[in-house]
Design a binder for this molecule. Structure first.
Ligand code: KIV
Ligand code: NA
Length: 266
C-alpha cells in the first residue's frame, strides 16, 4: 500500500462493539492503545496501564474483528526491564490477547528489546515523536522535533527502527515537514497522528473522531461525528419516556401464553 500510495488507516478500539464498527468501516488496522488508560479509565496519563489491561481489551477486540490487523500496545514498564520480561509481555499480548503485532514507544534506546521481540517472531510497530509514556521525562505532552537537535533525534530514531525491522512507525505530534522528510526517507509506512498529511497513513483515537469525549480535543483531532450530543439526547429521551410512562409500551412487553416465551435474561 505504501508503494501504491494508498493511505493506511488505523483506529483505536478497546471493546467488541468498537472493534466491529471500525472493522466494518474498512479500517486497515485496529490499535488497542494504552490510551485506554485516559479514554476509558479516566486517568491523567497512560503510565498505570498494565499488560493485563491490554490483554483483556485485546481479547474483546479480537472477537469483533473480521479483517483488520490488530496491534496491541506495550504499556509502560513492560519492555524496559529485561529481554525475558519484554518477550513474555509481548507474547502474552499475542497469545492471550490474540493481537497480530505489538507497538512500543521510543527509538534507538529501545532497539535491543525490539530485537528480542522480533526474534520471538512477533511483528513490531514503532512509535516516535511525542511518546506519551515519556510524559514526565519530556515535561508534558508537547510537540517534538521543533528544533534542529530534536529533529535530528527523531529522524535518527526512525531510521534505526527501520533498520531493526519494525514493519511501520507511528509519528506522533511532530511538525508536518519533519514527518514528510521521515516518510520520504523510510521504505516502511509512517502512520501519523498530529504529524500532518504527508505520512503513509493516519491514526486517531476512535473516541476523539466520534466526538465521544467531553473535553476540548487537541488541534490534530477532527470530530467526524458528535456521539456525545447524540448520546445525551437519547439518554434524556429514555429518562423522559420512563418518567412520563410512555416507555415501555405494551408492544415492547411480553404477553402470557401457553407456550412460555424463551426469555433472554441478563
Ligand atoms: O495509545 C494510543 O492510542 C496510541 C495512538 C495515539 C498512536 O498510541
Ligand atoms: Na499508545
Amino acid at each position: 500500500m505504501t508503494s501504491s500510495r494508498d493511505k493506511l488507516t488505523m483506529l483505536t478500539a478497546y471493546d467488541y462493539w468498537t472493534s466491529q464498527l471500525v472493522d466494518a468501516a474498512g479500517t486497515d488496522m485496529i490499535l488497542v492503545g494504552d490510551s485506554l488508560g485516559m479514554v476509558i479509565q479516566g486517568k491523567e496519563n497512560t503510565l498505570e496501564v498494565t499488560v493485563d489491561d491490554i490483554v483483556y481489551h485485546c481479547r474483546a477486540v479480537s472477537r469483533g474483528r473480521k479483517r483488520a490487523l490488530i496491534v496491541g500496545d506495550m504499556p509502560y514498564l513492560s519492555y524496559h526491564i529485561s529481554p525475558a520480561e519484554t518477550v513474555r509481555n509481548a507474547g502474552r499480548i499475542i497469545r492471550e490477547g490474540r493481537a497480530d503485532a505489538v507497538k512500543l514507544e521510543g527509538g534507538s534506546k529501545r532497539i535491543p528489546m525490539i530485537q528480542t521481540i522480533l526474534d520471538a517472531e512477533i511483528p513490531v510497530m514503532g512509535h516516535v515523536g511525542l511518546t506519551p509514556q515519556s510524559v514526565n521525562a519530556l515535561g508534558g505532552f508537547k510537540v517534538q522535533g521543533k528544533n534542529d537537535e530534536s529533529r535530528k533525534r527523531v529522524v535518527e530514531d526512525a531510521l534505526a527502527l527501520e533498520d531493526t525491522g519494525v514493519f511501520a512507525i507511528v509519528l506522533e505530534c511532530i511538525p508536518y515537514d519533519l514527518a514528510a522528510e521521515i516518510t520520504e526517507r523510510l521504505s516502511i509506512p509512517t502512520i501519523g497522528i498530529g504529524a500532518g498529511p504527508h505520512c503513509d497513513g493516519q491514526v486517531l483515537v476512535t473516541h476523539d473522531l466520534l466526538g465521544m469525549s467531553l473535553g476540548k480535543p487537541p488541534k490534530f483531532v477532527r470530530q467526524f461525528a458528535n456521539f456525545t450530543e447524540t448520546g445525551i439526547d437519547a439518554v434524556t429521551a429514555f429518562n423522559d419516556a420512563v418518567r412520563d410512562g410512555s416507555f415501555p409500551s405494551i408492544g415492547e412487553s411480553y404477553k402470557a401464553s401457553k407456550k412460555r416465551h424463551n426469555l433472554r435474561l441478563y
